[in-house]
Design a protein around this ligand. Structure first.
Ligand SMILES: O=C(O)c1cc(=O)[nH]c(=O)n1[C@@H]1O[C@H](COP(=O)(O)O)[C@@H](O)[C@H]1O
Length: 232
C-alpha cells in the first residue's frame, strides 16, 4: 500500500475534490481535518469518499468519554478508514472512542502535536522531552485498546519498539529543503518510513506545490525503495 495520505486542508470542497482527482494513483489516501469538516460536514466527506481513496478523518476528538463515544457514533455512517482522538483525553475516553467506532475504522491517539517542542510542553505543565511524553502516551493508548498513535518521525522508532504491531501515523513530514512553517518536529518521508511509520501525513509539500501530482509522485518514488515496509 502507498503510505502517503495527503492532508487536504481547505474549506473549499471543489478544490478538495480536484486535488483528490489529480492525486489519485500517486497517493494511498486522503486526510480530511477540522478545517474541511467544519466547513463541509458529513456531506463534504461523502463527496470526497466518492473518489474511492481511503478517507482519514482527523477531528482530534478530546472530551469526556460519554461525549466522545457519542460523537464517534455520529461519525460512523462516514466509515472513515482512520479517525483521530487525543491521547490526553485519558484511558476511558480512548476506550469509549474505540468501542463506538465501526469495525473497519482504525482509532488512533494523537500523542504530542508535531507543532510543539520541549518548551511548549513546559508551558502546558508537562516536564521532559517530546519523546518521553510520546512514550508515556503510547503506553496509555496501547493499554486502552485503540489501534495506534500519531507522533512525529522523531519519536516513531521509540514508539515502534514499544508497540511492534501498532498502527503509526506520522505527520510533520518534510522532504529535504522544504519549508517547515508551523511544524517543529519534522523528518523526511524516507526517514519516517524507515523508522517505523505505517502511514505518512503530508500536506503543504504536496498541496502547495505548483504541480501537486508531480510532487506526490516524486515523494512516492523516493519511498518505493522502502517498499517492503509498505505492508505494515
Ligand atoms: O493528526 C494529524 O494528522 C496531525 C497531528 C500532528 O501532530 N501534527 C499534524 O500536523 N497533523 C496534521 O497533519 C497535517 C500536516 O500538514 P502539513 O504541515 O501541511 O504537511 C495537518 O493536516 C495537521 O492537522
Amino acid at each position: 500500500m502507498n503510505p502517503i495520505f495527503v492532508a487536504i486542508d481547505t474549506t473549499d470542497v471543489h478544490r478538495a475534490a480536484a486535488l483528490a482527482r489529480d492525486l489519485t494513483g500517486a497517493i494511498g489516501g486522503v486526510k480530511l481535518g477540522l478545517e474541511f469538516f467544519c466547513a463541509n460536514g458529513h456531506e463534504g466527506v461523502l463527496r470526497l469518499a466518492e473518489r474511492e481513496l481511503p478517507v482519514f478523518l482527523d477531528l482530534k476528538l478530546h472530551d469526556i468519554p460519554n461525549t466522545v463515544g457519542k460523537a464517534v457514533r455520529a461519525l460512523a455512517p462516514l466509515e472513515p478508514a482512520i479517525l483521530t482522538v487525543h491521547a490526553a483525553g485519558g484511558r476511558a475516553m480512548l476506550a469509549a472512542a474505540k468501542e463506538a467506532a465501526p469495525a473497519g475504522t482504525k482509532v488512533v491517539a494523537v500523542t504530542v502535536l508535531t507543532s510543539l517542542d520541549r518548551s511548549d510542553l513546559a508551558d502546558c505543565g508537562i516536564g521532559g522531552s517530546p519523546v518521553e511524553q510520546v512514550e508515556r502516551l503510547t503506553a496509555l493508548a496501547k493499554s486502552a485498546g485503540v489501534d495506534g498513535i500519531v507522533c512525529s518521525g522523531a519519536e516513531v522508532a521509540a514508539a515502534r519498539a514499544a508497540w511492534p504491531d501498532g498502527f503509526f501515523v506520522v505527520p510533520g513530514i518534510r522532504p529535504d529543503g522544504a519549508e517547515t512553517a508551523d511544524q517543529k518536529r519534522v523528518v523526511t518521508p524516507r526517514q519516517a518510513l524507515d523508522d517505523g511509520a505505517s502511514i505518512l501525513v503530508i500536506g503543504r509539500p504536496i498541496t502547495g506545490a505548483t504541480r501537486p501530482g508531480e510532487a506526490a509522485s516524486e515523494i512516492a518514488a523516493s519511498l518505493r525503495r522502502a517498499a517492503d515496509q509498505w505492508d505494515k
